[in-house]
Ligand binder design. Structure first.
Ligand code: AMP
Ligand code: GLY
Length: 427
């Protein structure tokens, strides 16, 4: 089977690495890919948001299956475009991708199907939004409705911060994404990333992970796309997993099917585990990055048949096997990220990785400058390892990080800290 994978991050590198192991795989193309992905796939220079270019390539290369990594092309309708061209693709159509594309859409769906989530209202003007924020009390959460590359969420500690965020969004701080906003209750608890694969009717659990969104050790500083993750997390018991499937995932899949917009693809539920039980923070219509890296490291079954079955609408009877080991990944980013950072800095030492057991380096944003490997984005590498415990996986990942010679890069040194602390108590 010839496959086209769309995207260029460490998530896509992990997917390409896993697909490469499939005996069913023929050629693997990645658009646009990166210097790391080039070792396992044929990179083609078509941007992930160039829908015309992607459909044209898929047609002329006669690919059998398309897997879409990031959300923007899905929200833009890439899966619909592939279907119209007669090409099998996994990922929701534009209507179903509204689960990520519009925060207000998801909140309304939760309200009409009794899915637990934070109390909220939607607004098109600042004055009533400020009044509702005051009514909820502080901290309060202000969200731009549309896609804002993970930056459209403000947790406001007081009225001044809330009012300023509301004004900024309506003044166009997030462009069209902020013309509508959601004001919602602040949820207190631990966050969990929960993944399923759906064929439109059924949902197969793929695993849960914890991400570290803040840039600094101890979870301080600005939010990022994610600085590291591990899976499984000790937070998820079989009982909690069933509860999340029953209260959140199955009602969503059923509601989307009933609305005539069945959800086919990977569904990522961002959850808060509160004293009152799990509550939905948001849905994403794709794998998480860096969560995907740790899920792929734990998956022992072939990924390709499951993805193809979901795209064909027939997951019935499909099962996937997962290693009981823990996988952990540490993101290395360019100094300055998530603010301004330099591009083009040279990374050395990656060729020394080979001798380390279970350590793998997925590339997030790299390119080649002659023989040299250079960084060309904010999150640049995702250094990943397995172990019998979070502690062991963490030690292996950081041993690999320490062999990488990249003075202009940095990483958090505490990925997995909550789980490591829990292991200490248990031991
Ligand atoms: P989102 O883009 O909706 O995932 O929001 C980004 C991050 O903001 C989430 O991962 C949470 O850490 C935080 N967040 C969003 N909504 C809430 C909420 N209602 N209560 C507390 N934290 C939230
Ligand atoms: N790591 C969070 C995300 O992919 O949205």
């Amino acid at each position: 089977m010839d496959v086209l994978l769309v995207g260029s991050g460490a998530r896509e590198h992990a997917l390409a690495w896993k697909l490469r192991q499939s005996p069913l795989l023929g050629r693997l193309y990645c658009a646009p890919g990166n210097a790391g992905i080039a070792a396992v796939a044929e990179c083609v220079a078509i941007g992930a948001e160039d829908l015309d270019g992607l459909v044209e390539f898929a047609r002329t290369a006669r690919v059998d299956f398309v897997l879409v990594g990031p959300e923007a092309p899905l929200v833009g309708g890439l899966a619909d475009r592939m279907a119209a061209a007669g090409i099998l693709a996994l990922g929701p159509g534009a209507d179903a991708a509204q689960l990520e594309g519009s925060k207000g859409f998801v909140k309304d769906l939760c309200r009409s199907h009794n899915i637990p989530t934070a109390a909220y209202e939607r607004f098109r003007a600042p004055t009533p939004a400020k009044a509702y924020a005051a009514q909820l009390g502080y901290p309060v959460v202000i969200k731009a409705d549309g896609l804002a590359a993970g930056k459209g969420v403000v947790i406001a500690a007081n009225a001044a911060e809330a009012d300023a965020a509301i004004e900024a969004m309506f003044d166009g701080a997030f462009g069209a994404a902020g013309q509508q906003i959601v004001v919602e209750e602040f949820l207190d608890g631990e966050e969990l990333s929960f993944f399923v694969l759906s064929d439109g009717r059924q949902a197969l659990f793929l695993g849960a992970a914890q991400d570290h969104k803040r840039v600094g050790d101890g979870d301080v500083g600005p939010n990022t796309g994610g600085m590291g993750a591990y899976s499984p997390t000790p937070l998820i018991t079989p009982k909690l997993q069933d509860e999340i499937m029953g209260l959140i995932v199955h009602p969503t899949i059923a509601a989307m099917a009933a609305a005539g917009t069945p959800y086919r693809g990977v569904l990522f539920a961002g959850l808060m585990l509160t004293d009152e039980g799990p509550k939905l923070i948001e849905f994403n219509c794709r794998f998480g990055d860096p969560e995907c890296q740790v899920l792929m490291l734990r998956l022992t079954s072939d990924l390709l048949p499951a993805l193809v079955a979901a795209a064909r609408g027939d997951l019935k009877g499909m099962t996937l096997k997962w290693s009981p080991e823990v996988a952990l990944t540490v993101v290395m980013a360019a100094k300055g990220y998530p603010g301004a950072y330099a591009k083009g800095t040279v990374i050395r030492g990656l060729d020394r990785q080979g001798g380390l057991p279970d350590a793998l380096v997925f590339h997030a944003a790299t390119s080649k400058d002659g023989d040299q490997l250079v960084a060309n984005g904010g999150r640049v590498l995702s250094v990943s390892a397995r172990g019998k415990s979070v502690h062991e996986a963490q030690a292996r990942a950081y041993a690999a990080v320490d062999r990488i010679d990249w003075p202009q890069g940095f990483c958090r040194r505490d990925i997995g800290w909550r789980a490591v602390a829990r292991e200490r108590v248990r031991d």
